[in-house]
Write a protein that binds this ligand. Structure first.
Ligand code: ZN
Length: 304
């Protein structure tokens, strides 16, 4: 306890807060996370009605954004038909028809997660269709890459991007590994990495990637959701980078400047605004609802 210096400001550009608790929000804020992007994804249980998606998207731009604000965290989201449910004819076309009205809303900073899960013809079709939606609305895209057969999935992903004609700097390809990162960096796309407990990519492997490739166009996220995951993986990875001697400037680029630069291309995320801490006012309500259960509200001037 030698220093009262606040932690470095960090951005988790891929986290499903809808599935997380207020304890998580408190711990994230304490660890320095000042902003998040919550991608529209699947919710574990297959949805059987288009209307369920509509309410889910509305909650991302409404209630969840409000909930984050109550802990001093800025919340942005991305909207899409996710790759897994692109294979469900009960909902796929209806969701595609629904998306445009959400893309112009405040806080919607990209189309995503789109891409491949099993690499089916339906996934191919909806992937391309949603890149077209992004182009039409002037938004970047966030692309999920498959967990199985990842190298081939990433190669096909980059081929679809190229064929679509979207500017590569508007594309963030996520869930990279040692095998896929060089493929993504060889294009103009940005490269995301999801740091998971035990599997896929961890803090030490991420440090090794940064030592080898540097910080340019590199992002890290927790991808925390309703499964075994850790919403503090961004600060934990930043801490290991520091311990292993990665320069502060490079760490800041990865955990703060890069996600801001990428999502600011939407025109809906203001880098200047992000430089200032938002005032927390827990007296506020969202459609009559509060995050409090009788606690004393934090108000502007009483934040610790
Ligand atoms: Zn996700």
């Amino acid at each position: 306890m030698t220093s009262m210096k606040p932690p470095m400001k960090m951005f988790d550009p891929h986290i499903h807060m809808t599935s997380r608790t207020t304890d998580d929000y408190q711990a994230m804020a304490a660890a320095g996370i000042a902003a998040v992007v919550e991608p529209g994804f699947w919710v574990g249980q297959p949805r059987t009605h288009v209307g369920t998606f509509e309410d889910y998207f509305a909650a991302l731009i409404g209630w969840e954004r409000f909930r984050a604000s109550q802990f001093g965290i800025r919340h942005y989201c991305t909207i899409a038909l996710n790759p897994k449910e692109a294979n469900d004819p009960r909902v796929a076309d209806g969701v595609i028809a629904l998306i445009p009205k959400f893309l112009d809303k405040d806080g919607v900073v990209a189309v995503g997660e789109i891409g491949f899960d099993d690499m089916t013809p339906a996934e191919d079709r909806y992937f391309a269709a949603q890149i077209e939606l992004a182009k039409r609305h002037g938004l970047p895209v966030l692309i999920h890459t498959p967990h199985r057969d990842k190298k081939r999935g990433t190669e096909r992903t980059l081929a679809v991007v190229k064929e679509s004609g979207i500017a590569e700097e508007l594309v963030l390809v996520d869930h990279n590994t040692e095998e896929t990162l060089p493929l993504v960096l060889a294009t103009g796309c940005w490269a995301g990495h999801s740091i998971y407990p035990d599997t896929k990519m961890d803090e030490a492997r991420m440090v090794a990637l940064v030592e080898r490739y540097g910080a340019e166009r590199i992002l890290i996220n927790s991808a925390a959701d309703w499964g075994v995951s850790d919403p503090l993986k961004v600060p934990k990875t930043a801490a290991l980078m520091r311990e292993r001697g990665i320069a502060e400037a490079a760490i800041k680029t990865i955990v703060w400047s890069n996600p801001i630069a990428f999502f600011a291309q939407s025109g809906k995320l203001d880098p200047a605004e992000l430089g200032e801490a938002p005032a927390i006012d827990q007296r506020r309500l969202h459609e009559g609802n509060s995050v409090l259960r009788g606690q004393t509200p934090v108000t502007p001037g009483t934040e610790s």
